[in-house]
Design a protein around this ligand. Structure first.
Ligand code: PEP
Ligand code: MG
Length: 334
């Protein structure tokens, strides 16, 4: 009953602009990966798709999806969002994302292994086919492509070269190409924290994959239930990491998003607003609750006190209580 009532409230917020109490617009985007997610983009009132996980099509298939099948899916995605931006992530397989038909050797540490962009650059045929499918599907439209598990800036530059080659091939054969093309990197591997300036210069946008970034910064397996509650995403050390990324992105005016699970939990999303994030991407069901939080949040008031809070000593300690107090005393639902 209570739940149904809340759902009703969230539905009524669908067309309410996503603006904070003190007038700051925030882009609330949705994560998606399959056709069945698409109606939800429009129903949830999301501003677009901040993370399209292209590997899901590969994971539900019993063989490699053909280039034409990939192209068709990407076109349907673009058609369904009525002109809103979609960020396609190139194939992120390996680690916790297994393709039964992709033969690979047993790895002792698959999360740290031959995966994502590493696999893509070693098997450029697969990557080229996917990029071609994306370029064709986005003909005359905006194409946004993002690369997972980047560890060295060089890896995105290599992907950019491959894209350039595919673009010139398609043009030569008379195909129409996208009107604009933006290439981004996911920040998921801690090595990037020490090359943020190089990275920001090399890409058109960045997106924090906080699930993996947290896993690697805290050496804490994201799929291991035994340790899942041991370290809080809202601890000072991790929030300092996120703040460092915000500062670098602002300095270079590189558009920044965060697309891990924490974006979809209102209290964590509140922390992200205070850190300076103005674009976050989450599951469709979270858009309503996060927007309800946003509408009641005075970001200006939060910012100063949150930044002071994360600079206090006890780096490992969580600021969850501080955030709950802030929310409670300001009438912010979470
Ligand atoms: C992440 O790592 O935070 C992320 C968004 O990507 P995925 O969960 O698909 O690894
Ligand atoms: Mg990830």
């Amino acid at each position: 009953q209570f739940r149904a009532k809340r759902q009703e409230v969230y539905r009524s917020l669908r067309d309410t602009p996503a603006v904070s109490k003190d007038g700051k617009p925030v882009s609330l985007l949705m994560n998606a990966g399959l056709l069945m997610d698409l109606p939800n983009v429009m129903n949830s009132g999301a501003a677009g798709i901040g993370l399209f996980r292209t590997e899901l099509q590969f994971m539900v298939s019993s063989r490699f999806p053909r280039t034409g099948e990939q192209e068709q899916l990407y076109r349907e995605v673009l058609d369904s969002v009525e002109g809103r931006p979609v960020t396609f992530r190139t194939l992120d397989v390996g680690g916790d994302k297994v393709l039964p038909y992709l033969r690979s050797e047993q790895e002792e540490n698959p999360a740290l292994g031959w995966r994502a962009v590493r696999l893509a650059l070693d098997r450029p045929g697969l990557l080229r086919a996917q990029l071609r499918a994306l370029l064709k599907a986005a003909a005359d439209r905006e194409l946004r492509v993002m690369v997972p598990m980047v560890t060295e800036t060089r890896e995105v530059l290599q992907v950019r070269e491959i894209i350039k080659r595919e673009v010139s091939l398609l043009t030569r054969f008379g195909h129409r190409i996208p009107r604009s093309l933006a290439l981004g990197a996911m920040i998921e591997v801690p090595s990037l924290l020490y090359q943020l300036d190089d990275l920001m210069k090399a890409v058109d946008f960045v997106s924090v994959g906080s699930n993996d970034l947290f896993q690697f910064v805290f050496a804490s397996d994201r799929g291991n239930a035994r340790i899942a509650r041991r370290y809080d995403h809202l601890n000072r050390a991790f929030l300092r990491v996120l703040r460092k990324i915000v500062v670098a992105a602002e300095a270079h005016q590189t558009p920044l998003t965060l697309c891990g699970e924490m974006a979809g939990r209102p209290l964590s999303a509140l922390a992200l607003l205070g850190l300076g994030f103005r674009s976050i991407s989450m599951t469709g069901a979270a858009i309503g609750p996060v927007k309800a939080m946003l509408l009641e949040t005075d970001i200006g008031k939060l910012e100063g006190t949150l930044l002071a809070e994360i600079c206090k000593s006890y780096g490992g300690q969580t600021i969850r209580e501080f955030l709950m107090d802030f929310a409670d005393s300001n009438g912010i639902p979470y």
